[in-house]
Ligand binder design. Structure first.
Ligand code: C2O
Ligand code: CU
Ligand code: CU
Length: 460
């Protein structure tokens, strides 16, 4: 494993709080999965929706005993799900009740750059910022998190991350599991280290190449289970970790279906036995439990660590089949397209793109609005060592053209905003911006981003 430092312990030993607990087969206590709330809009019509998102400090019970000091949106840890519909005008009043500056970045949204919430748009303590945009993209599971200069990693680690579900006519129509909290579950997967006082030990475990934790949290739950019927279960996997990569699979290498990548549905469900997600990436998968009976369980795993136990507690006769066609994705037209090269190199505080570290006063690349450019992203093999860099671009959903000249795997032949680039590898992307302004691109290992592995593209 190229870039994991420390082993992951999936099982906390001292679960508790106010959640129901049961024992798993090895006698470990399990806790019912916490579910982010669907945000209550301030107002809503078919064409318009208004939300308030407040960054705040609080305390969260993860372990028995002392609570953990955390940050959250509209709550003490993580945030609510903002549901928006394609074509809707969205208004979000963002509010910072923290003692430090933050920003509100909408990861995966195609929106004008002055609404993007990158390092150009800090919101100071007790300040607010109004965010207005129209949803001009298809159904997808996106997320939001802070992005202020140099503090993204610590603020995300403390708990600032929320979800955005974009819906559209296609997702409304598709016969997919969509009963939130019943057969449709978001899973924000993170790793954290607790100190002896049950506090997050970010400072003590900080690593400039990405801070890893030894305890897995799923929506802020240690060792979670969820009660389900024996039907199709949709899991919206979000790698919300600072640095850890996960390879998700089911117990006994059972087959599941990936139905969506970062920016929307794949053309067809893709049968898989594992899916790897680097920080920032998402995958929606469907697990078929129709052959299971009441009392059965199936574990979602990361290697040999349990991520979530699906506990069948009820049987149903109503079984649906996955749609054969989920989406229509146009072939990218890149004939004669300009090729723009990006080389990722360095380690630790020296990480850079094309030899440069982030400078807000420097535009690194220019691109024309609605022009498709081939971004050729190379992860240089370094003598000092090398890592997978998850490469993310703001304000756009792109397509992966190739990995080292080869066609990408089927589950990467859909809309993406973050792509893993392996050591020595060259990945080609078809990138078309539909909004003007200055957008960031960066490594989504949050410590790399904060350490300057980030650049700016000006779209005019
Ligand atoms: Cu998810 Cu620039 O970030
Ligand atoms: Cu982003
Ligand atoms: Cu990196």
């Amino acid at each position: 494993n190229l870039n994991s430092s420390g082993n992951l312990i999936g099982m906390g030993h001292m679960m508790g709080g106010d959640r129901a607990t049961v024992l798993d087969e090895s006698g470990q206590e399990m806790t019912e999965l916490r579910l982010p709330e669907l945000a209550e809009p301030d107002s809503e019509s078919a064409t318009e929706i208004t939300y308030t998102v407040t960054a705040q400090a609080g305390e969260t019970a993860f372990l028995e005993g002392e609570k953990t000091e955390t940050l959250g949106y509209n709550g003490s840890y993580l945030g609510p799900v903002l549901v928006v519909h394609e074509g809707q005008k969205v208004h979000i009043k963002t509010e910072n009740q923290l003692s430090a500056a933050t920003s509100f970045h909408w990861h995966g949204l195609k929106l004008p750059s002055d609404m993007d919430g990158g390092p150009h748009h800090p919101v100071g303590p007790n300040e607010t910022m109004q965010v207005d945009f129209t949803v001009k993209q298809e159904a997808a599971t996106l997320w939001f998190h802070p992005h202020a200069l140099g503090t993204t990693a610590e603020q995300v680690y403390a708990g600032l991350s929320g979800l955005i579900f974009v819906e559209d006519d296609n997702s409304d129509k598709l016969d997919l599991p969509k009963d939130y909290g019943v057969n449709d579950f978001p899973l924000i997967i993170q790793d954290r280290t607790f100190d002896t006082d049950n506090q997050f030990d970010y400072a003590g475990t900080y690593n400039p190449d990405g801070t890893y934790g030894d305890t897995l949290l799923v929506n802020g739950t240690i060792n979670p289970y969820v009660k389900v019927k024996n039907e199709q279960i949709r899991l919206r996997l979000v790698n919300g970790s600072n640095a850890r990569n996960y390879t998700f699979g089911l117990e006994n290498a059972a087959v599941f279906y990936q139905i969506a990548s970062d920016g929307g549905f794949l053309e067809q469900p893709v049968a898989l036995t594992s899916v790897t997600l680097t920080p920032g990436e998402r995958a929606e998968i469907v697990v078929d439990l129709s052959e299971y009976a009441e009392g059965d369980t199936l574990q979602l795993m990361d290697g040999n660590v349990t991520v979530l136990s699906l506990n069948v507690t009820e049987e149903t006769d109503i079984q649906t089949a996955l749609p054969k066609i989920l989406n229509e994705i146009p072939e990218p037209t890149v004939e004669g397209a300009v090729i723009q090269q990006f080389t990722l190199s360095g380690m630790s505080f020296m990480v850079n793109i094309n030899g440069n570290q982030f400078d807000m006063d420097r535009i690194d690349v220019e691109q024309r609005l609605n022009e498709t450019v081939i971004w050729e992203v190379r992860n240089a093999q370094d003598m000092m060592g090398s890592m997978i860099h998850p490469f993310h671009i703001h304000g756009v959903q792109f397509q992966v053209l190739s990995r080292d000249g080869e066609e990408p795997p089927q589950n990467e032949q859909g809309w993406k905003d973050t792509v893993a680039v392996y050591p020595g590898e060259t990945v080609r992307l078809a990138v078309t911006f539909s909004e003007k302004g200055v957008f960031m691109y960066h490594c989504h290992i949050l410590e790399h981003e904060d350490n300057g592995m980030m650049g700016q593209v000006s779209v005019q």
